[in-house]
Design a protein around this ligand. Structure first.
Ligand code: GUN
Ligand code: ZN
Length: 439
């Protein structure tokens, strides 16, 4: 498509987004147009409102993409996922530490091979888009080639991807180890090459405390100081055995999070995946440092890790985004991820409304990534990433949708019944990048 042709895009349909949090995340400002109009210019939202009010002002000969009968929402945001683990999704029978040794590490060894990494990065990006995910915070492997491959694949689609090379200098197979020095210098090169190139952003990525020495964490902290607007992405407090191991490896630190905090790795662009078994002081530290949590329900259930306490995160005012954590997680799809989140909450007798779920997968995720000035809803000026959901993708859904009482009920049924069949179209930066095959 030429730039000129792309310069004004008008989209008609039913729209839903969230504009903000009123009092607490259970009180959200919902914006809903039964018949709405979205204008996109040069990849950004140029207008948003009611169709009947906006149609008169449409530029002459402006083509309208008509998605009436569908529900158009902001692109989903996945705040924690591993691209080299796509091919080992759904591997049987282990908890975290055994699963890493038996499945994740062997798969990750392949990503030093440039052409293999390039093929898998393209596949991964395709999977995100067919699931309506337009932004993701992604683990690569220890190999710089894996990072080049992912950023190249994302850049071709103009996607906002945050990613980085894994730092890991102990307690893993030797083919997957770097050193404090090579981890530092390779990350630095990658930051210089990719950070802020187009929509791409870099995350300094120590895998988790058990696979980095103190020296490596210190070097990670040095990098973060040198490049304060990069991200810090790691795992925290996922599994009880992992936590005991961290206590053994870092007896001088007060708790698991204190290992990261000590090396300057907490902060408003730090994202910690899981956070299932936190002590009071760790909650306090997350709050004090404005760090964020990636909530990974399918992974937490699949690996038998535990139940995330979202109410506690709300009480402590800690930012939370939704995450698939593929391949510990069992789906790329955000609707399925929210479905499992709902059940995690039910098991703890915590309420989780459709709107709150939707918030966490869109604007809440954007806030967790400090990107809410750019993405997360349809505010004019933001980047035009959006998804056209088909609420009647299956015969059963068509029946259920007919009976939906209101937009919240429709959204809830989509979350509980939905999957990639519901993703009719995905747009990134105003361009159509995925269209569902018609069956
Ligand atoms: N902790 C350290 N590495 C990993 C990983 O690859 N997946 C998950 N779920 N947890 C981890
Ligand atoms: Zn993970």
């Amino acid at each position: 498509m030429t730039r000129e042709k792309q310069s004004i895009l008008a989209v008609r349909g039913r729209f839903l987004d969230i504009t903000g949090v009123v009092e607490s995340p259970s009180e959200l400002d919902i914006r809903h147009f039964e018949d709405g109009l979205l204008l996109v210019k040069d990849g950004h939202i140029d207008g948003f409102g009611d169709w009947h009010e906006g149609k008169e002002k449409l530029p002459q000969n402006c083509a309208v993409q008509d998605h009436r009968g569908k529900l158009i929402v902001p692109g989903f945001i996945d705040t924690h996922i591993h691209y080299p683990q796509a091919e080992i999704i759904g591997a049987y029978g282990e908890q975290l530490l055994e699963w890493l040794n038996n499945y994740a590490f062997p798969a990750e060894k392949q990503y030093g091979d440039k052409s293999y990494a390039a093929e898998m990065a393209d596949f991964f990006v395709g999977q995100l888009l067919r699931n309506g995910t337009t932004t993701a915070l992604v683990f690569c492997t220890v190999h710089p080639e894996s990072v080049d491959a992912l950023f190249s694949a994302a850049d071709k689609k103009n996607m906002r991807i945050i990613a980085g090379k894994v730092l890991m200098d102990r307690n893993a197979p030797k083919e997957l180890l770097d050193t404090p020095e090579t981890g530092y210098s390779e990350s630095k090169k990658l930051i210089e090459k990719w950070h802020k190139k187009g929509r791409l952003l870099y995350a300094i990525t120590p895998r988790f405390a058990p696979t980095s020495t103190s020296k490596q964490l210190e070097m990670a902290g040095k990098l973060k100081q040198e490049y304060p607007d990069t991200y810090l992405h790691t795992h925290l407090s996922e599994n009880r055995e992992e936590i005991l191991w961290v206590k053994e490896l870092f007896p001088e630190r007060e708790n698991y999070l204190d290992v990261y905090h000590h090396y300057g790795l907490t902060g408003s662009r730090s994202v910690f995946a899981h956070c299932l078994h936190l002590e009071d002081r760790e909650w306090q530290c997350l709050q004090d440092t404005d760090s964020a949590i990636a909530f990974c329900p399918t992974s937490n259930l699949f690996l038998g890790s535990g139940l995330f306490n979202l109410h506690r995160a709300r009480e402590n005012n800690v930012k939370v985004g939704m995450a698939t954590d593929v391949g510990g997680g069992t789906s790329f799809n955000m609707l399925q991820t929210l479905n499992e989140a709902y059940k995690v909450m039910q098991l703890q007798k915590q309420k989780f409304s459709a709107y709150e779920a939707f918030y966490l997968a869109t604007l809440g995720g954007a806030k967790a990534l400090s990107l809410d000035h750019l993405i997360g809803n349809f505010d004019v000026g933001k980047e035009a990433d959006f998804v056209v959901l088909d609420p009647k993708a299956t015969a059963l859904q068509a029946k259920r949708t007919k009976k939906s009482r209101n937009i919240e009920d429709l959204l809830f049924s989509l979350i509980i019944l939905g999957d990639d069949r519901n993703i009719a179209h995905t747009y990134v930066y105003g361009q159509l990048v995925h269209k569902r095959e018609e069956s």
